[in-house]
Design a protein around this ligand. Structure first.
Ligand code: SF4
Length: 283
């Protein structure tokens, strides 16, 4: 018996069970939270998820179930996986939790992380604002607020980011992004916009991405973990300057050793180089 294969199949089944319907028929909150090109390709050219990704999905589901268990005996009026839709367009969100107060509706989005960031990621903010916008449209008489709860299951740490309130301008911008994604799905001649971010390091559609030059021959090193740590630290602006300096020096040293003339290496699909100021640049 290949246990890894068995585990992968089981997690795939679990993921399909938790799936939110046919994602090709609507633009969801995770679509508008990231890169439009990635959102379009994920629907038109879906790729098999690797075991690491499936485990990450399962970790998220597990965290949601912990919240469900904790809430079950409470006196709160709440919904789990609440579906909200735009009144005219195929835009939809499945909100992890909605707490129903007399005058206020509160969105709660659960995020499992490997380390708690000091500030919410931009993708989280966009996702929650899209959810709040759709919920506000369905409930015009209520105040809609939002919260992201970051959970680090390994360390047993949680942190709520509470500061979100429905904002019509932000919502309008997200509706425009959703419209662009939907137009790309309807007309293959429309080229989806790219939106680069540290998440590009994990993007399955990176090889042909026009935001990057993928055709230059550069030496490759298997140091994905160090690069992922470096990107994570940089993106969250954590107070881990010492660790960041250590990883920066590690990358500089690796580049200088592997490619002293070109001063660039490949780490998985990423190109990592040092520039004139001796900074690390990840492309
Ligand atoms: S590599 Fe980055 S910019 Fe390109 S499709 Fe993926 S997420 Fe978008």
């Amino acid at each position: 018996m290949d246990f890894i294969e068995l585990l992968q199949q089981g997690l795939l089944k679990l993921n399909n069970k938790n799936d939110m319907g046919d994602r090709c028929t609507y633009v969801g909150s995770s679509d508008v939270a990231g890169c439009p090109r990635k959102a379009v390709l994920a629907k038109t050219e879906p790729q098999d998820h690797e075991l690491t990704t499936l485990l990450r999905f399962a970790r998220g589901h597990l965290a949601e179930q912990l919240i469900v268990s904790a809430m079950e005996d409470s006196s709160y009026d709440w919904d789990y996986q609440k579906e909200v839709s735009h009144r005219e367009r195929p835009f939809k969100a499945h909100i992890d939790f909605v707490f129903n107060g007399k005058n206020v509706l509160k969105v709660l989005e659960i995020k499992t992380v490997s380390s708690i960031p000091s500030a919410p990621y931009e993708t989280w903010i966009q996702q929650v604002h899209y959810q709040m916008g759709l919920l506000q449209e369905e409930n015009p008489g209520k105040i809609v607020k939002g919260c992201v709860l970051a959970i680090d299951l390994n360390e047993g740490r949680i942190k709520p980011f509470n500061e979100f309130e429905y904002n019509s301008m932000l919502y309008e911008g997200l509706l425009q992004k959703a419209t662009h994604i939907w137009q790309c799905l309807q007309d293959p001649d429309i080229i989806p916009k790219t939106e680069t971010s540290p998440l590009c390091a994990w993007c399955q559609y990176r090889p042909e991405c026009p935001a990057y030059d993928n055709h230059v021959e550069i030496p490759e090193l298997p140091i994905e973990d160090e690069l992922a740590n470096y990107l994570g630290l940089k993106a969250t602006k954590k107070n881990s300057e010492a660790e960041l300096v250590k990883l920066t020096n590690f990358l500089r040293f690796a580049i200088a050793n592997a490619n002293p003339d070109g001063m660039a290496i490949k780490v998985g699909p990423n190109v990592v180089r040092t520039n004139d100021r001796n900074w690390i640049v990840v492309e």
